[in-house]
Design a protein around this ligand. Sequence first.
Ligand code: FAD
Length: 657
Amino acid sequence: MSSLPGPVDPARLRSVLDGRWAGVRDAHREHLDERFLPVYGETGDQARERISRLLGELPVELGIGAGFPTEYGGGADVGGSIVAIEMLAQVDLSLMVKAGVQWGLFGGAVAALGTRRHHDAYLRDIIAGRIFGCFAMTETGHGSDVQQLRTTCVYDPRTETFDLHTPHEAARKDYIGNAARDGRMAVVFAQLVTGGRRHGVHAWLVPIRDERGDPLPGVTIGDAGPKAGLLGVDNGRLSFAHVRVPRDMLLDRYAQVAADGTYSSPIENDSRRFFTMLGTLVRGRVSVGGAASAATKSALTIAVRYGDIRRQFGAPDADREVLLNDYLAHQRKLLPALATTYALTFAQSELVTALAEVQGDDGTADEHRQRQLESRAAGLKAAQTWHATRTIQMCREACGGAGYLAENRLPGLKADTDVFTTFEGDNTVLLQLVAKGLLTGYRDEFGSLDGWGRASFVAEQVREMVLERTAARSLIERLISAVPGRDDEVAVTDRGWHLKVFEDRERHLLDGAVRRLRNGAATKKDRPFDIFNDVQDHVLAVAAAHIDRVTLEAFVAGIETATDPATRALLSRVCDLYALSVIETHKGWLLEHGRLTPARAKAITGVVNGLLKELRPHMRTLVDGFAIPDSWLHCAVLREEPGRQGTMAAHDTADHP
Ligand SMILES: Cc1cc2nc3c(=O)[nH]c(=O)nc-3n(C[C@H](O)[C@H](O)[C@H](O)COP(=O)(O)OP(=O)(O)OC[C@H]3O[C@@H](n4cnc5c(N)ncnc54)[C@H](O)[C@@H]3O)c2cc1C
């Protein structure tokens, strides 16, 4: 391993990380000033008031409605709209979620599920923020399994209206963003019934408040109450008592109900139709994953910069106490998390590019690419939100007592991102979706997420997957094929070896899951639930291994986009750290399965420590590469930098928080 060349200009990292939508990122950096930053210590009412006001004040230069067609005032730039949400997440997470609900979920559902007449009537006002709305899917009784929603919408041909009804308490719409205070309309998901037949879950555009903001007749609106975070978002509850909804308010891109009540849809199977509808809403998931990484970058920037000014304990013969970032234990916390954040940034970039390609034109794409996109979006949402939760907590601890004070930002980041692992799809449920996409027999039969239990016969047909490679296909194949047969002949920093280990782990886990599912199908024929439930842990491990591989491959491809040799060398070393950190984490499994010898496993720990030492001088550069404006960090302890720099003489005892 050659040593790293000298310092790298953070601007070069920035240009690699900013990528294709650098212009959108720069517009945010330029136009979002202090007014848009979180206010510490405000009440829930104050936060809601402030966020609602700021939503209307977002500078037009940001192109917040970028994802919509130009004819309604959008920018026809799907990727740009996702990046805009990511950028808002570095400013204020309530603002980001509120914008995500309005333009992503609500507006996105009208655009994706509605047809021309809905677009003509509403999209312009939605984009301009003249109609605020909600995305009302979840019910108190059903959040993950939304196919089982209990709200009904029954068509009556005599009045040519639907009867929207909440039959019982568990069918109440719950947690709904924009419902408690600002929403005037809602996209409501319910079971469609016509001519006495159920056709599964569909969506309607339903007014919920009048011009004065009072609930419309038959609509009951409640407040979801105090939450752990996201104080500025008005989450609420909605119930409907036989509310009449005109026939043309059915968002009817995927299914139509004629005046006489005749139902028609180009997709016959109820389940397939519903998951096709959900698939068009994939942008929400992509945004949440990206926003989680954006918040993680804020936390890491604060922790790394604090670790560069905060000193504790003295080294013998030194006249100054030691900087936190000089401790190996501190580097062990921050640097692998930083490396993973870089890796996920490249994976997210690839995902946004794929989204822009698949949905960029008229929102239609071949089914295979659409499914692949959904699976990737689900997996990266889970990976990025879990990484955010873990890393922000770690950064909080890395800043000691200072990390616990609201004025230093980290408590807010922690509280506000916590729920990202749950909304837009619970992570565990999403990983099952990823795994199902890899079990080709299952995927071909059902297309997407469906109850495990119904598919006992599919388990018998499950086949091994063909690894679908990411960008830089040929590069990755070349690197892997250059790895010699015997592991001990190749350095643990060899990129081809990393790729091979990641690929082997995924393939081995998948083969094992397939074998166990087939055996289960043979012996538990009458217990379809058990066939899948008994291998659920294994299936989740397959999904996690898959996401790890996709992420590493994206990092490898991302390095190729750096033109400056020093920047490439630094990124390559960060990639080594990412790959070896994952290998270290799964050392037990790799040893158990003969993928790693004990000697090599031990060597990896030493190599990781060496990498930490080598990357230590670049820690600040690596966070500066995120290019978060100083004022956006909104962190008191960084503004007081000089006051924290104790000398042995002035600070010979520990600080008291
Ligand atoms: C702040 C906030 C804002 C929200 N905003 C909106 C909104 O605007 N619109 C909207 O429609 N919804 C919204 N939601 C709802 C959100 O999408 C749901 O909470 C989420 O989908 C999870 O559903 P649930 O709460 O019913 O959890 P559950 O589905 O009950 O899950 C609980 C636990 O069970 C586990 N679990 C569930 N099924 C399985 C399984 N098959 N196998 C293994 N484990 C399983 C999960 O992993 C999880 O740990 C919001 C929620 C919150 C908290």
